[in-house]
Design a protein around this ligand. Structure first.
Ligand code: CTP
Length: 401
């Protein structure tokens, strides 16, 4: 994704600097070459050793590394080396310096010598972010052509809650990938994918679950990301989570948790793929203590879980594309077509358990895609990664239409 790209990661004095260690690792994992420059204030929060280890390159924070020998760090050389300068976290102080070309430290000297594009991820307290001076500085650096990654809302280090949290490392990575790959078909699109089984608790040691491995959902998430989409994967208990670092994973256990996680993401998403094998029923009550062995028979009363696909389908806006799965053992086509319309989906992926090598647990799958109006397309048995490519190709047709 970022192979051969040279990224200069500027770290400034903000508590969010600890998250930049994850960011440095994600960038390196994605194939980028990373060099880190730290402001003097950043050194109060995190150590150069952490970043030197993660980036596999020396970290610079001053013009001279060794005062005795007078060895000089070449700010211009560093600046011209980079394909992208990424300031993350960007403090209010460094933002102000950038807006006013105030070159009073090594990081600022590198920044002012850079000819490459600059991307920034501000991180500061809510009121500092909203201050008219900060907003003016942000407008100013935007007018320089810099890319500003708007901070998230949420809990802040001060204990306050509001706007100012640096975007998560995965989100910043997604923005960097998008920057370098603007021509991918799904660049700029957000996708939500569910995967895996859900476990519904009976008591502290037992649950009701199913045999889903989550492989199909993970393969779809990976394929969507490779086509440029920003992907959030809401995964039930799945063993093999995606290897691609630009997929944000939200781990859940039960259908209720999966529903809540999906609701938090759905509105911002252009594409939703419901590949999870969500439990349809859960125990009516969860025993607080382990249920002891007594009678010969044990009857569990089960109640329906929420149908996540139906709920999201009823909230779907114009332009959002939703794809579901149907795992059937009989009357496959008619059952799948019924689910397609009942859940307000744009396409459904039918798996028949009658097909050998299809469905749960296997590395292969055999699918039929069905659209409203009973249009359908059958595919042969393939590895799940190839099946994911077929599905994503059709999703591209739907979203780009
Ligand atoms: N689904 C869901 N929430 C549920 C049940 C299913 O989001 N509580 C989604 C699945 O992820 C899938 C689609 O709905 O995309 C169809 O799931 P499936 O299990 O095949 O169908 P059900 O609606 O559960 O009906 P049945 O089990 O009776 O076939």
């Amino acid at each position: 994704m970022l192979k051969g790209k040279k990224i200069l990661l500027g770290i400034t004095g903000s508590i969010a600097a600890y998250k930049s260690a994850f960011l440095a690792r994600l960038l390196v994992q994605s194939g980028a070459e990373v060099k880190v420059v730290m402001s003097p204030a950043a050194l109060e929060f995190v150590t150069p050793l952490t970043f030197a280890t993660l980036s596999k390159n020396p970290v610079h924070s001053d013009f001279t590394e060794n005062k005795d020998t007078g060895e000089w760090n070449h700010h211009v050389g560093l600046a011209l080396w980079a394909d992208l300068m990424l300031m993350a976290p960007l403090s209010a102080d460094t933002l102000s310096k950038m807006a006013h070309a105030q070159c009073d430290n090594f990081l600022m000297a590198v920044y002012m010598s850079a000819r490459c594009p600059v991307m920034v991820a501000p991180a500061m307290d809510h009121d500092m972010f909203l201050h008219p001076g900060t907003q003016e500085n942000l407008s100013k650096i935007k007018s320089f052509g810099h890319i500003v990654l708007a901070p998230n809302e949420g809990e802040l280090a001060s204990g306050l809650s509001g706007k100012g949290r640096m975007e998560e490392p995965e989100e910043i990575l997604q923005a960097v990938v998008r920057f370098f790959n603007p021509d991918l078909p799904l660049s700029g699109k957000r996708a939500l994918v569910t995967a895996g089984p859900t476990y519904e608790k009976i008591d502290p040691v037992r649950f009701v679950g199913n045999f889903s491995s989550g492989k199909m959902g993970v393969a779809i998430a990976e394929t969507l990301a490779s086509q440029g989409a920003d992907v959030v994967l809401v995964a039930g208990p799945v063993k093999d989570l995606p290897s691609q670092p630009n997929i944000r994973v939200v781990k859940v256990t039960s259908a209720h948790e999966m529903h809540q996680a999906c609701l938090a993401e759905f509105d911002q998403c252009d594409i939703t793929v419901m590949a999870a094998a969500v439990a349809d029923y859960k125990p009516a009550t969860v025993a607080l203590e382990k249920v002891k062995k007594k009678e010969d028979e044990w009857a569990l009363t089960m109640v329906k879980t929420v149908d996540i696909a139906s709920d999201l389908g009823s909230k779907k806006r114009m332009g959002q594309v939703m794809v579901g799965f149907a795992l059937e053992t009989e009357n496959e086509h008619s059952n799948a077509a019924l689910k397609l319309s009942k859940k307000n989906l744009d396409m459904i992926v039918l798996n028949s358990l009658k097909d050998e090598g299809a469905g749960f647990g296997t590395d292969t799958n055999k699918i039929t895609l069905i659209w409203p109006g009973n249009k359908l397309k059958e595919f042969g048995l393939k590895p799940k990664s190839k099946v994911a490519e077929d599905i994503v190709q059709e999703i591209c047709q739907l979203i780009l239409k």
